[in-house]
Design a protein. Structure first.
Length: 278
C-alpha cells in the first residue's frame, strides 16, 4: 500500500521551550488508513500533526507527503491540497456567514471554476450531512454541526488525507457520535486517509492502527486490540483504555479470566455472557 505521509527522524522545538517537543519521530500513514494518535497533554501530538501539511517544518529530519518534502516551498500548495487539517474548535475555521459560502471559501481562493465549485460543495455537504443547513448561518448550528461544516470545507478541496486534531473535544456525546460517523464514512467509503488525534479511547478503538506518543516520542504502535490489551502499559502513560478493556482487566484481576483484546461492546458482552453461563 502506498505511503501517504512519512516522517523520518523528525525533531522540532519551539523557541520558548527549553527542550524539543519532538525527538526523532518516525511515523508513516498509508493511503486509505485510519490512524489514531494517542498521548497525554504536552506529548507533541498536535505539533506532529502540524508537520503533515507544512504548518510547521522540521528543524531536523524530514516529512514527505506523497514524496514531496514539506520544506519545498514550491510544493506548499500541492501539499495542502493533499492534506487537509481540521482543528478542535470549528469556530476557528468557519469564516463565512452562510454555510455553503464557508464550504466554498477555499475553492474560491484556489481559483476553481464556478461550475466546479458548485459541484464540489454540494458533494462535500452531502457527504458530511450538512446539506440541509446550506442556507443557515453557522453560528445558529450546534457544535457538532459546525464541526461537520468545517470538515465539509476541507472535503471540498478533495484532499487525499485529513488530519483531525481533537475534533470532538468540545462536543456532547451525540455530536461526537455524528462527527465520528462522518470521519469513518470518508475513510471507508471514499478511501480518504484519516489521522485522528483524540483523547477518547472509544474513538481510537475504531481505527485501523494506533500510534501512542509520550514526551515527544512514538513509544508504541499497533492495532487497537494490540494496544488496548496492554492495559497496564497504557495506564502507565496516563491514558485510559476503552471501558470494555477495563471490565476485562478488572475481572481478570479478580481471578475471572477474560481477554482484554475484546474491545468492542459485542465482544465484551459475549465474554460476560459466556462467563455467567459457565
Amino acid at each position: 500500500m502506498q505511503e501517504m505521509i512519512k516522517a523520518t527522524n523528525l525533531y522540532f522545538g519551539y523557541s520558548e521551550e527549553r527542550e524539543n517537543v519532538l525527538n526523532g519521530i518516525n511515523f508513516y500513514a498509508k493511503k486509505g488508513e485510519f490512524i489514531a494518535v494517542l498521548g497525554s497533554n504536552g506529548c507533541g501530538k498536535s505539533t506532529l500533526a502540524k508537520h503533515f501539511n507544512a504548518i510547521l517544518v522540521p528543524e531536523k529530519g524530514q516529512v514527505k507527503v506523497c514524496d514531496m518534502l514539506t520544506t519545498q516551498e514550491d510544493k506548499l500548495l500541492d501539499i495542502r491540497q493533499k492534506v487537509g487539517m481540521v482543528f478542535q474548535n470549528p469556530d476557528n475555521q468557519i469564516v463565512a456567514t452562510i454555510v455553503e459560502e464557508d464550504v466554498a471559501f477555499a475553492l474560491e481562493n484556489m481559483g476553481v471554476a464556478p461550475d466546479e465549485i458548485r459541484k464540489r460543495i454540494d458533494e462535500a455537504m452531502e457527504k458530511t450531512g450538512v446539506y440541509k443547513f446550506k442556507d443557515k448561518a453557522p453560528h445558529h448550528l450546534s457544535g457538532g454541526q459546525k464541526q461537520r461544516v468545517a470538515i465539509a470545507g476541507i472535503i471540498a478541496m478533495r484532499p487525499d488525507c485529513i488530519v483531525l486534531d481533537e475534533p470532538t473535544a468540545m462536543l456532547d456525546p451525540e455530536g461526537r457520535r455524528k462527527v465520528l460517523k462522518t470521519i469513518k464514512t470518508l475513510n471507508k467509503e471514499y478511501g480518504i486517509t484519516v489521522i485522528l488525534i483524540t483523547h477518547y479511547m472509544d474513538e481510537a478503538a475504531q481505527a485501523d492502527r494506533i500510534v501512542v506518543m509520550s514526551k515527544g516520542n512514538v513509544v508504541k504502535e499497533g492495532t487497537p486490540k494490540e494496544i488496548f490489551s496492554q492495559v497496564e502499559m497504557v495506564k502507565s502513560l496516563s491514558l485510559d483504555v476503552p471501558q470494555t478493556s477495563e471490565i476485562a482487566y478488572e475481572m481478570t484481576k479478580l481471578g475471572y479470566k477474560m481477554s482484554t483484546e475484546a474491545i468492542s461492546i459485542d465482544e465484551c458482552a459475549q465474554q460476560l455472557y459466556d462467563f455467567l453461563k459457565g
